[in-house]
Design a protein around this ligand. Structure first.
Ligand SMILES: Cc1ncc(COP(=O)(O)O)c(C=O)c1O
Length: 398
């Protein structure tokens, strides 16, 4: 488990330094770092058409504070779509937000007081760690294995907390589908058990499903929400399927939580114009075909990446083969200095993210996160080769 005393500024500077180096120092760098969708798969033409159609349809209403028909249409579409993940929610359990990130932030603001505890997966999405820290939370990490969050460990920690009079977490933040950064997914039984624990111990689960639609193989599994709607705050987003610049996502949660979130946003919804455009697009565009296009392209890129990793690293790097999402998480031998490896890789022209920002406790974590969504297969191959060279250079420096 990780404690909370992390060197936060170190994590932050690694991320900023990384972005700066990638963008400015080496424009030819192969970008296997941040989780961007494939640029040529973003539906620019359809959005362009939807924008003019929606603005004509709703005329000046679209430019008012609350917009025209768009927000209502997006809400209806979303509530229908989420049935695919076992989510049957009423309208008053829905809130449109500026992406899943705003959902995380609102959950932290609504549920947490400074000094209260949040449990997370170790490793986890670094922006969520940032927001929990900002809310003054104590953060504890629990291991992730090939099947996602280790729910046995969570269960025994809950039991122990009750027996010893220790603090129960206010909520557990979890990504059951294609976790960022490990790519692991929770099987059905773990989801069900986590939901049962939330009910039994009266705690919330913050279920971040940013990548849920991006499943390349196997059947979609029910969300944790579907087993305990009264105890789960579920987050969805259009960032990974239509484009992160839309800044549109959704929260599904018990009405009391939604009401408090709405108060905090002062009834200032995400851009009505964006919702106007999506309200048109979602009913006039084949969203399922878009998901199929993404999944078939990303499947090929995932395979190119795992093949390249096998041939460059052999047994030196272990990973869980993700069934979807954007990421491959490489685990190196314990003595690997991922910070140094990341710098050597950047010098050779491939950008990757080292493991430590994904842990509440920071420190050296011998992991590298690679993103396979953004670059084409040949770039992926070239990038992994450069990373392999950097790794063997790093070994020589040990
Ligand atoms: C797990 C996870 N949650 C949330 C987000 C952010 O989503 P949004 O763009 O909808 O704010 C990301 C983006 O990288 C993510 O990986």
């Amino acid at each position: 488990m990780n404690g909370t005393k992390s060197d936060y500024s170190f994590n932050e500077s690694i991320i900023l330094q990384h972005v700066g180096r990638t963008k400015i120092a080496n424009p030819d760098s192969v970008n296997l770092s941040f989780g961007f969708p494939a640029p040529d798969l973003l539906p620019i033409e359809a959005l362009n058409h939807a924008a003019s159609a929606a603005l004509i349809r709703d005329n000046v209403d679209a430019l008012h504070y609350t917009g025209g028909k768009g927000p209502e249409l997006v809400k209806r579409w979303m509530l229908q779509r989420l049935r695919k993940f076992g989510i049957e929610a009423d309208e008053d359990c829905y809130l449109a937000v500026y992406g899943a990130n705003q959902g995380i932030e609102l959950a932290a603001r609504v549920l947490l007081n400074p000094g209260e505890t949040v449990w997370v997966e170790a490793s986890t999405y670094f922006n969520a760690l940032h927001m929990f820290r900002y809310a003054g939370a104590e953060i504890e990490g629990f291991p992730v294995d090939h099947d996602g969050l280790d729910v046995d460990r969570v269960e025994s920690a809950l039991k122990q907390a009750v027996q010893s009079g220790g603090a129960l977490p206010k909520f557990i933040y979890v990504m059951p589908n294609f976790q960022n950064p490990t790519g692991a997914s929770m099987p059905l039984e773990r989801r069900r058990r986590l939901a049962e624990l939330a009910k039994y111990y009266n705690i919330f689960i913050l279920e971040d499903d940013a990548y849920g639609e991006l499943r390349f193989e196997g059947a979609h599994l029910p969300s944790v929400y579907s087993f305990a709607p009264e105890r789960v705050i579920y987050l969805g987003t259009f960032s990974k399927t239509l484009g992160p610049g839309l800044r549109l996502g959704s929260v599904i949660a018990p009405n009391e939580v939604i009401r408090r979130m709405r108060c905090l946003t002062l009834d200032s919804p995400p851009s009505p114009v964006t919702q106007e455009i999506l309200g048109w697009l979602l009913y006039n565009y084949d969203y399922d075909a878009q998901i199929e296009r993404l999944n078939s392209r990303y499947r090929a890129r995932r395979d190119a990446m795992t093949d390249a990793v096998r041939s460059e690293f052999g047994d030196a790097a272990a990973y869980t083969r993700p069934e979807g999402g954007f990421f491959l998480w490489l685990a190196f031998p314990r003595e690997t200095d991922a910070g140094q490896l990341h710098r050597l890789a950047e010098d050779r022209g491939v950008s990757v993210v080292p493991g430590n920002p994904f842990y509440a406790a920071g420190g050296n974590s011998p992991f590298i996160r690679l993103c396979f969504s953004y670059c084409g297969e040949s770039e992926i191959k070239r990038g992994v080769k450069l990373l392999g060279q950097a790794y063997f250079e790093h070994l020589n420096k040990l």
